[in-house]
Design a binder for this molecule. Structure first.
Ligand code: GCV
Length: 721
């Protein structure tokens, strides 16, 4: 017994020794821990190009920041950590210039050094969030300044400068004026109370409601920091299929705690609301019928109903003075709304807008509605419901619309509402999470999809009426402008499930700030900041990313096919899905395959959805001969033997496109395999495995879809390599 105890003690000591030795090894050898993706594009790893490193080291021998605020504290810490890491130095942070080159950061109101530079004219054009970065001489000493009207501009400017250093751009004679082109740049989280995330593929929700407000997960700050680094300035924290509980007093304190973390990063908090919240509770608190009040009616013209919202808004602003406002999904997919009381969307939105207006809050009223009674063609319904309401919404109401008329498909023509509501600020809703584009299993870089949408010329006011001009307000002179992205973040260590899905979060922010940026430029920034600065590696990865969305279109829904994904789950193919309580949730409704051909006839001989577009698109979309082939089966029912531009028949082209998509994925696998020595091992194998899955599942898409459509075409599947 005694000897057993002695042995036991010795064993314990031995184990402790091994454990401490392990800890020492882990802490002194950081290279042991591989990159798990947590740092996103902000890891600030030391630069290895000696020439550029020397340039930066000479430019920055100290950081001078004058002023004081929470945001400035963040600026100080970020710039110091960023430059120290990137340059491998320990820069002094001061409030006075020494005799050596410095980075000087401040607003004219807080920094005497900046004030003396007399930049008020230039700053006047930069607004609240813009910034100026410039090489100057201050009393003969070379300096790079970051200045802005407000501290948040300094934070954006600091992140921008760090980005330039991260990607190795020369700073000689730098002179950058930058301000966001869109005012509200929001993430929409479809996060539920129980921490599940609707259409989320990266673990659970970031928000731990059961721990708030007492415990502040450090990740909230990291989330806010990542958003600020790309210029996102707002977050709707809960699902549009909203649970009214978020507006109870208990949850307002939780929301306040989050808002307090977000604020110094320039991020305003918004909430999705259930329109009927003032109703008395239902027995099932997760059901969609009940509310958190005591009313019997949710009629927006009812005085008690209106008063509920006024009081609720007041309560929210007492806790969160910079609260942003409400996002509303009403009369859509079972969510209650004003139409339940024979009132219009405008009646509903305006009632909320009136309550929010005194505090500077806004309403984002979603146009994602598709009531079957409006029209048999789902693609037409939002336009038909909303265009007649143009001019009826209050000034602080956005109508928020998805980019396409159906639902975030790999490719859709533009939602014709854009350009058709000149008196109503339209907010563009994009989907960052890959609901229909391979979840977090497929590498699909979405910037090209978003650019395609933003750069589409609606012709609403003649040539040059691009969607980006609708969204940035310049086409119709909107009084407010906004863009939203349905978030792809979650509790996964790497935030987005797939490492490359981080690039979509990044791209959304960058485009929201400046829609003129090209997909290539954004991809390149992200790769250099996240994966590698080696030119060849960057080139290879960029070539993978740039065509990945087109590949996804090809192996899922080529030539304008749409919504043939697995019912509900929306991952794999299910073109034969025919039975549902709703016709417009089945695949056969959308593809309309029969023995003569394939596609939904939305031309003037069919549903006439083409009518909703401005000329010349109306005509172009309307004819099989002039309709762009990428939208062919969206607008037309096309004969199997129809001659395509390639000279192939429709059937052959379909087979060819599916194969092209798969070949691209195989090529991505081949390219990635070549990078084994250049990429962090953990990231390398993570992506390699994802690509293997993507390849396999793209094959399933082709085989399922062609196998199914062949039953109608009765034609052989040609061999394409
Ligand atoms: C949040 C699609 C999605 C739903 C989503 C809805 C919406 O239908 O599949 O999950 O609900 O769009 O945007 O409201």
């Amino acid at each position: 017994m005694v000897s057993f105890i002695v042995i036991g003690v010795n064993m314990k000591l031995l184990l402790q020794g091994v454990f401490s030795a392990f800890l020492i090894v882990v802490s002194v050898c950081p290279t042991i821990s591989a990159d798990d993706g947590y740092e996103l594009w902000l890891s600030y790893k030391k630069l290895d190009d000696a020439a550029i490193l020397e340039e930066y080291q000479q430019a920055f021998s100290s950081i001078v920041i004058e002023g004081d605020s929470e945001t400035l504290g963040i600026v100080r810490q970020e710039v110091k950590e960023g430059l120290d890491g990137l340059l491998g130095v320990d820069l002094p942070v001061d409030s006075m210039l020494s005799k050596k080159a410095a980075l000087v950061i401040g607003t004219p109101s807080q920094s005497q050094i900046i004030q003396q530079l007399n930049l008020s004219n230039e700053l006047a054009s930069l607004g609240r969030e813009g910034f100026l970065i410039r090489s100057v001489k201050i009393k003969g000493i070379p300096a790079i300044i970051i200045t802005a009207n407000k501290d948040i501009g300094l934070l954006y400017g600091s992140f921008h400068l760090l980005r330039l250093v991260q990607i190795g751009q020369s700073l000689t004679d730098i002179n950058i004026h930058s301000r966001p082109r869109i005012q509200y740049r929001l993430l929409n989280h479809w996060d539920n109370l129980d921490r599940s995330v609707e259409r989320g593929y990266a673990g659970r929700s970031l928000w731990k409601w059961d721990e708030l407000p007492e415990t502040i997960d450090p990740r909230y700050r990291d989330y806010a920091r990542a958003n600020a680094s790309i210029g996102i300035n707002g977050a709707v924290v809960n699902n549009v299929n909203a649970n009214p509980i978020f507006l109870t007093a208990e949850y307002i304190t939780k929301l306040k705690a989050l808002a307090d973390v977000f604020r110094p990063y320039g991020i305003r908090l918004f909430v999705s609301i259930r329109f009927s919240s003032p109703l008395k509770p239902a027995s099932n608190r997760f059901g969609r019928s009940g509310g958190i009040g005591s009313l019997e009616t949710a009629d927006p013209l009812d005085p008690d109903f209106r008063n509920f919202w006024k009081e609720k808004v007041k309560e929210v602003y007492q806790s969160i003075p910079d609260f942003g406002g409400f996002l509303v999904k009403a009369n859509s997919e079972g969510m209650p709304g004003p139409q339940d009381y024979k009132r219009s969307h405008a009646d509903g939105a305006n009632m909320l807008a009136e309550a929010l207006a005194p505090y500077g809050g806004i309403v984002m009223w979603r146009a994602f509605v598709y009531d079957a009674d409006v029209d048999p063609d789902r693609a037409k319904r939002a336009y038909m419901e909303f265009v007649p309401l143009d001019g009826q919404f209050f000034a602080n109401v956005f109508v928020q619309s998805k980019n396409g008329p159906i639902d975030f498909q790999p490719r859709e023509p533009i939602q014709p509402l854009f350009g058709a509501m000149p008196k109503t600020p339209l907010m563009l809703e994009l989907q960052i999470t890959q609901e229909y584009l391979g979840h977090s299993k497929h590498l699909v870089f979405l910037a090209p999809l978003w650019k395609e949408c933003l750069d589409f010329d609606t012709y609403a006011k003649g040539q040059g009426s691009y969607v980006w001009r609708v969204i940035d307000g310049s086409l119709h002179d909107y009084s407010m402008t906004g863009i939203a992205g349905v978030a792809n973040t979650g509790s996964d260590r790497n935030w987005c499930g797939h490492l490359f899905a981080q690039a979509n979060w990044y791209a959304f922010g960058r485009l929201a700030w400046d829609h003129n940026l090209s997909s290539e430029a954004i991809a390149e920034e992200w790769i250099r900041m996240t994966l590698s600065r080696n030119d060849d590696v960057v080139k290879t990865i960029k070539s993978m990313m740039i065509g990945s969305r087109e590949a996804c279109v090809n192996y899922m829904t080529p030539l304008g096919l749409h919504h043939i994904m697995q019912a509900g789950f929306h991952y794999g193919p299910q073109p034969d899905y025919a039975k549902s309580s709703r016709l417009d949730w089945t695949s056969v409704y959308y593809h309309r395959a029969d023995s003569t051909g394939l596609g939904f006839d939305r031309s003037s001989s069919g549903s006439n959805a083409t009518r909703q577009y401005f000329s010349p698109w109306q005509k172009r979309f309307d004819s099989i001969e002039t309709c762009p082939e990428e939208y062919l089966l969206w607008f037309h029912h096309v004969r199997w033997d129809h001659k395509m531009q390639s000279g192939r028949t429709l059937w052959q082209e379909l087979c060819y496109r599916y194969n092209t998509g798969i070949n691209y994925v195989k090529e991505m696998r081949r390219k990635w395999a070549m990078l084994e020595k250049d990429i962090d091992p953990e990231i390398f194998s993570h992506v390699r495995e994802k690509l293997t899955t993507q390849d396999k599942d793209a094959g399933i898409w082709r085989d399922t879809c062609l196998g199914y459509f062949q039953k109608f075409s009765k034609m052989p599947i040609p061999e394409y390599n």
